[in-house]
Ligand binder design. Structure first.
Ligand SMILES: [Zn+2]
Length: 321
């Protein structure tokens, strides 16, 4: 049932492509929304102006007077202990004091920061595919690849809010350099831009008038295009290796996959489940289930709100259980 009178959290989902905002209630409903493209290549102040624009639009909602806290899920790495963010795909922000800047923009409301992968994990554990699971890896496969862990029934963000950042574990020892400084990272093989890049390099072309994107590659793969299928198969292989490594380390029972690339559906999930049988072959890893995320593109917002509400004692994944 919708709660018309309760406390709300203003949630921000900051990514390399877009900045989304919403007012979220204790039932996980989004009462107002705002959205801006991320000026990812601009300077720090210009990127912050876009965030402030989203907050200002939310501030014009009739529901704003019920907002008690702000929750931010940001592209990583983040440092939740310092309130700073350094999103790999936004070079103008390195150690950017996002918590302080947002607090100033909202008149001093308390602000909670988590990585976007941790936010998505909080959302899927609270209301989605990982609900009721004690040990889970949740992943966002999109412009980048993020993730988070539920261990022993609890969200496990780690000291700085980055634990479970599966996009930057290496699955190809001598693989391509990654913007993070590593090599052969899961993200370098499985993110949307890298699926597109690999398909283009191998000779795939979008339909006339169509933009080259992972969604276009997915459409071509569904139509049987061999190059498009191969690019998704390679992404699936990288994800399978990362999931298997995680299962061996911490005994997850389920891997939940969301983000734009997961919208490709069986084009991604079928080869992923198949390759997981190759990599997760131990007795205690072979039963890992792979499930699509349930909350779709709203997971970051719902999770950021849940993390903030729980921190501030309003409501959250721990409430009512
Ligand atoms: Zn990396």
């Amino acid at each position: 049932m919708r709660n018309d009178q309760g406390d709300l959290v203003a949630a921000l989902d900051f990514g390399g492509t877009k900045i989304a905002g919403a007012l979220v209630d204790a039932g996980g409903h989004l009462l107002a929304r705002a959205r801006r493209p991320t000026p990812a290549t601009e300077d720090a102040a210009t990127v912050m102006d876009a965030v402030a624009g989203v907050l200002a639009e939310l501030g014009r909602s009739v529901h704003w007077s019920r907002v008690r806290a702000v929750g931010i899920g940001s592209a990583g790495p983040v440092d939740a202990s310092r309130g700073t963010v350094s999103p790999v795909n936004v070079p103008g922000w390195r150690g950017f004091p996002l918590v302080a800047e947002v607090a100033r923009a909202v008149g001093g409301l308390p602000v909670t920061l988590v990585g976007d992968g941790v936010a998505m994990t909080a959302a899927e554990h609270w209301r989605g595919a990982a609900r009721g699971r004690a040990n889970a890896l949740c992943m966002v496969v999109s412009t980048g690849v993020g993730g988070g862990l539920v261990l022993g029934g609890r969200l496990n963000p780690g000291p700085t809010g980055n634990a479970g950042h599966i996009g930057h574990i290496s699955v190809a020892l001598d693989g391509d350099p990654c913007p993070c400084g590593g090599r052969g990272c899961v993200e370098r093989l499985a993110s949307g831009p890298n699926i597109t890049r690999r398909a283009l390099a191998d000779g795939w072309r979008p339909e006339p008038g169509e933009e080259a994107s992972a969604a276009a590659v997915a459409a071509a793969a569904r139509a049987g295009d061999a190059i498009a299928l191969a690019s998704f198969a390679r992404a699936a292989q990288a994800l399978a290796a990362g999931i298997a490594a995680t299962a061996a380390l911490v005994e997850i029972e389920v891997a939940v996959i969301g983000g734009g690339v997961a919208q490709a559906g069986e084009v991604l999930f079928a080869p992923l489940r198949e390759r997981l049988r190759d990599y997760a072959a131990l007795s205690f890893t072979s039963a890992v289930e792979v499930l699509p995320a349930r909350l779709g593109s709203d997971a970051g917002l719902v999770g950021a709100a849940a993390a903030a509400a729980e921190r501030r004692g309003l409501w959250g994944p721990g409430a009512g259980r």
